[in-house]
Design a protein around this ligand. Structure first.
Ligand code: A4P
Ligand code: MG
Length: 220
C-alpha cells in the first residue's frame, strides 16, 4: 500500500492553480442514463472544466437495501475551486437530477462523489477525500480505469491493481450507452454521446453525440 501523500490544505481554500479532480456518478432510479447526462451537464462550467468521461458501466448494488442495478461513470475534471465548493457542485448536480435522500446507500436518481482532488486529503464529518471506500468498489474503479488507465488512488495504489484484487468485479461495460462531454461554456446537448472514454485536453473543444438504448452487453 502506498502511503498517503496528501496536501493538508483547508477544504475552503482555492487551489493555486487548476488541479485534477476525479468525480464518480451513479444512478439506479428512473431514467438512469438521462440522470447521468443531467449530472454531467450540471457539473460542467463555473470553474469546473470536465476533461473526460468514462464509458458507462452497469454495476450490481453495493450495500443498502435490495435495489436495482446502477449505471456508473467517472468523469475527470480540472478546477481550482476549494474542495468544499466542488462538493457543493456535486450536490447541485444531484439536485438537477431530482435526488431525494431516503436511506443511506439506498436507490437514487443520482449520486455524485468526489473521489480525489489531486493529492489533497480531507477527513471531516461531511467531506472525506480521497473517498474512503473507492478502493474497494468496482463501480468506481472500473470506469476510472477505463477513462484513465494510469490512475493512482492516493494512499491505496494503482487503480488497475485495486480492481484486479477485487474478488468479484460486479461491473459490466455497456458499449450501447455512451455519454459525452458537455459543450464547453454552454448549452449544447450533453451526453448524447460521442465515444465512451471520450476525453479532451483541459480547455479543449466540445464533444457531442447520442446515447444508446439500454440493452445489456457483456463486459470486461
Ligand atoms: N461526503 C463525505 N465525503 C464525500 C465525498 N468525497 N464525496 C458526504 C461526496 N460526498 C461526501 O452522502 C452522504 C454525505 O457524504 C454527503 O452529505 C457528503 O457531505 P449521500 O450521497 O447523501 O449518501 P450516500 O451516497 O447514500 O452515502 P455515502 O456514504 O456517500 O455512500 P457512498 O459510499 O457514496 O455509496 N452501488 C453501486 N453499484 N453503484 C453506486 O453508485 N453507490 C453507493 C453510495 C452505494 N452502492 C452503490 C453505489
Ligand atoms: Mg454520495
Amino acid at each position: 500500500m502506498i502511503a498517503p501523500a496528501g496536501d493538508s490544505v483547508s477544504p475552503w481554500a482555492a487551489a493555486s492553480r487548476p488541479r485534477p479532480v476525479v468525480l464518480a456518478l451513479g444512478s439506479n432510479l428512473g431514467d438512469r442514463i438521462a440522470n447521468l447526462r443531467l449530472g454531467i451537464e450540471a457539473l460542467e462550467g463555473g470553474a469546473i472544466a470536465l476533461t473526460a468521461v468514462s464509458g458507462v458501466f452497469e454495476t450490481t448494488p453495493v450495500g443498502g437495501p435490495e435495489q436495482d442495478n446502477y449505471l456508473n461513470v467517472v468523469v475527470l475534471a480540472v478546477s481550482s475551486l476549494p474542495a468544499r465548493q466542488v462538493l457543493e457542485r456535486c450536490a447541485a448536480a444531484e439536485s438537477a437530477a431530482g435526488r431525494v435522500r431516503t436511506v443511506r446507500w439506498g436507490p437514487r436518481t443520482l449520486d455524485v462523489d468526489i473521489i480525489t482532488c489531486d493529492d489533497e486529503t480531507y477527513d471531516e464529518p461531511d467531506l472525506t477525500v480521497p473517498h474512503p471506500r473507492a478502493h474497494e468498489r468496482a463501480f468506481v474503479l472500473a470506469p476510472w480505469l477505463d477513462v484513465e488507465p494510469s490512475a493512482v488512488l492516493p494512499g491505496q495504489g494503482r487503480v488497475a491493481d485495486l480492481l484486479a484484487a477485487l474478488p468479484a468485479a460486479g461491473a459490466w461495460r455497456r458499449p450501447d450507452l455512451r455519454l459525452a462531454l458537455p459543450a464547453r461554456g454552454g448549452s449544447g446537448p450533453a451526453g448524447s454521446g460521442a465515444q465512451a472514454g471520450n476525453s479532451l485536453p483541459a480547455g479543449g473543444a466540445a464533444a457531442g453525440g447520442a446515447a444508446g438504448t439500454e440493452g445489456a452487453a457483456p463486459c470486461t
